[in-house]
Design a protein. Structure first.
Length: 264
């Protein structure tokens, strides 16, 4: 039966009201820790919201499966609910930044810090383990790193790993501990380290640009496949660039801090 426009509007309003009610119920259940019930109510909120719009278009599927099919055909594939490219890019950027911070922490500065050695891989217990997982690391001013080893049997392995690293440091056994003395950096060595830090920062910027370009390609493909509209395409690309700019500023700050540490 064909409904008059005013009847469609009335039925649609009822569905929207129900959607709001289910959504509020979902929120209340979530806040009280009833997560499965919250998901159930969220589902019915979506179901009623979709029905509200379909009624105005003269479509009224009788089954839940019909509504879900229409949700996919009318709203998700055309791009009203696009794949979250932004979240994927943020996740990839977070991994890149995590590696950058770890890399910068491992570059020698003029003053000792635990981050310089904590990720050195030590061969022990038939595997390679980060130093921070088999010891506690602290700084003894002005120029010493003190490593309290939890198992004395791996002290020699720790010293070997330290001396085999690219840091140019040596360790001295002291019972269940290893002491590392950091001599003051020469002007020439400081210059070398600053150049290396800048080089590594630029390599991470390149990785970030590559992730951005891949995200933009995915957005362009979604547009070409008809999954998103042109305005959504431009908005997504704009958001990706804003995220990129923000992360590049963070890289600049991390590099600046490392430069200052080297020159202390």
């Amino acid at each position: 039966m064909t409904l008059a426009p005013e009847d469609k509007k009335a039925l649609s309003d009822i569905r929207i009201t129900r959607a709001y009610e289910f959504l509020e119920d979902a929120r209340a259940n979530y806040n009280e820790g009833r997560y499965k019930t919250s998901v159930n109510r969220s589902y019915y909120a979506t179901l009623n919201a979709v029905r509200a719009i379909l009624i105005l278009e003269g479509v009224n599927p009788e089954t839940h499966e019909g509504v879900i099919t229409m949700l996919s055909l009318r709203f998700i594939k055309p791009g009203l609910l696009p794949v979250d490219v932004i979240k994927k890019f943020k996740d990839e950027s977070a991994v890149i930044m995590g590696h950058l911070k770890q890399e910068m922490a491992g570059i020698r500065a003029n003053r000792p810090n635990a981050g310089l050695v904590e990720n050195i891989m030590v061969s022990c217990y038939d595997q390679n383990m980060p130093l921070k997982q088999i010891s506690s690391i602290s700084v003894v001013p002005p120029r010493e790193i003190y490593i309290q080893v939890w198992d004395k049997s791996v002290v020699s392995s720790i010293i070997k790993a330290i001396e085999s690293s690219a840091l140019g440091l040596s360790g001295n056994a002291d019972g269940n501990a290893v002491r590392i003395h950091l001599p003051e950096l020469s002007a020439e060595r400081r210059e070398e380290l600053m150049k290396y830090a800048k080089k590594r920062a630029e390599e991470f910027r390149i990785r970030l640009r590559q992730a951005r370009d891949e995200a933009n390609k995915e957005i362009q493909k979604m547009f070409g496949d008809g999954e998103i509209q042109e305005d959504a395409k431009f908005k997504l690309k704009e958001d990706i660039q804003k995220e990129t700019d923000g992360i590049n500023k963070e890289i600049d700050e991390i590099l600046k801090t490392k430069m200052e540490e080297i020159n202390m």
